[in-house]
Ligand binder design. Structure first.
Ligand SMILES: Cc1ncc(COP(=O)(O)O)c(C=O)c1O
Length: 366
């Protein structure tokens, strides 16, 4: 790829520029407070996120990966258990399942949404299945109703991986508030991105929230009275204070992402061999990524063509998780995920993508 990328796939800087004063006020407040880990700033952020999501509790932790690990453990999932999940996701989804000692069982995706295909779940359920872990990939909801119904029927827990979908919705309900727990990431490139690592667990169950609070602080409810093995996974006050600033703008920014997506969709509808993303009627898509599908084996040629014009692209994900050496499932076993990995490419996306840049991308694509 060309080294001279003028339009990156994502640029965090305009957002920082726009919020410069508000962010600095938040930083000053924390520096003056002398409370740098958890404390009132994190509590306020947790309360604001819980309200935003319509969930009863929110527990800040130090990454999206930890949010998954802690949510799984707080729900009692561990060695000997199987967790049904998607192979078409970032590695951390499956890694978290493995790190708690359970086993990921991969089920193929619906090619229209790139998310777990609920119709394939029943044949993957065994007596060891304890949970289903759907991912709302690229900002688009997984089809939650059938997943929640199957979970209810078989006594399974549901953990939503909402790392890529802050503010996204399923039938008018915020993602992360539908299952037993939702795991969020505030990795800087996410729709609600921090200034370093950060994450959060949302839940409606008081015992899950309590367990998550213990686990993030070395398994202790009360300092130095540790009750179980936990983690050092607390959210920093600086991250929380700055995320509180951004949270006030998230709906507007997601709407702007949707407007960018609408422009792309309209311009790309007539481009032969290229399939724009779709939005299911149950979803409010927040376009963490704008991912198109390129047919006839021409994905990499298209990337090269864009790179030569200084336009950045990325492939999320070139190897589906079940085919990575850690898991190494046989080729051909999950055909939809494998085909998607060969054909998808993400184009520049963000609330701050300028009209001029968008026009340049569309011109080059056409
Ligand atoms: C789908 C998904 N799950 C989990 C994670 C892990 O989040 P983090 O990088 O904050 O640990 C990410 C993001 O990186 C992700 O995209």
């Amino acid at each position: 790829m060309s080294a001279d990328i003028r339009i990156p796939i994502y640029d965090p800087r305009p957002e920082v520029e726009a919020l410069w004063d508000e962010l600095h006020e938040a930083i000053d407040r924390v520096l003056r407070s002398g409370r740098f880990i958890l404390g009132p700033e994190v509590e306020a952020f947790e309360q604001e996120v819980a309200e935003y999501l319509g969930a009863r509790y929110a527990v800040g932790v130090n990454s999206g990966t930890d949010a998954l690990v802690i949510a799984l453990r707080a729900l009692g999932i561990g060695p000997g258990d199987e967790v049904i999940t998607t192979p078409f996701t970032f590695f951390a989804t499956a890694e978290a399942i493995s790190m708690v000692g359970a086993e990921p069982v991969f089920v193929d995706i619906d090619p229209a949404t790139y998310n777990l295909d609920p119709s394939l779940i029943p044949q993957a359920i065994t007596p060891r299945t304890k949970a289903i872990l759907p991912v709302h990939l690229y900002g688009h909801a997984a089809d939650m109703d059938p997943i929640l119904e199957m979970a209810q029927e078989h006594g399974l827990k549901v953990i939503e991986d909402v790392a890529q979908a802050f503010g996204g919705e399923y039938k008018g309900r915020k993602l992360g508030s539908l299952g037993d727990a939702g795991a969020f990431s505030f990795f800087p490139t996410k729709n609600l991105g921090g200034f370093g690592d950060g994450g959060l667990i949302a839940t409606n169950a008081p015992q899950v929230a309590e367990m998550a609070r213990m686990l993030r602080a070395h398994g202790a409810r009360k300092k130095y009275h540790n009750e179980m093995l936990g983690y050092n996974s607390r959210l920093d006050a600086l991250q929380a204070a700055m995320l509180r600033v951004k949270l006030r703008h998230i709906d507007e920014w997601n709407e702007r992402r949707r407007a960018v997506a609408a422009r792309y969709n309209e311009a790309l509808a007539s481009v032969e061999g290229l399939a724009p993303p779709t939005e299911a009627d149950y979803a409010y898509h927040v376009y963490h990524q704008y991912t198109v599908r390129v047919k006839h084996g021409r994905r990499d040629a298209l990337r090269q063509h864009l790179a030569e014009a200084g336009i950045g692209t990325m492939v999320y994900y070139p190897v589906p998780v079940h085919r990575l050496p850690v898991y190494d499932w046989p080729e051909g076993s999950l055909p939809q995920a494998e085909a998607a990995a060969e054909e998808v490419v993400a184009l520049p996306m963000g609330a701050w993508l300028k009209e001029q840049a968008l026009s340049a991308i569309l011109e080059r694509l056409n």
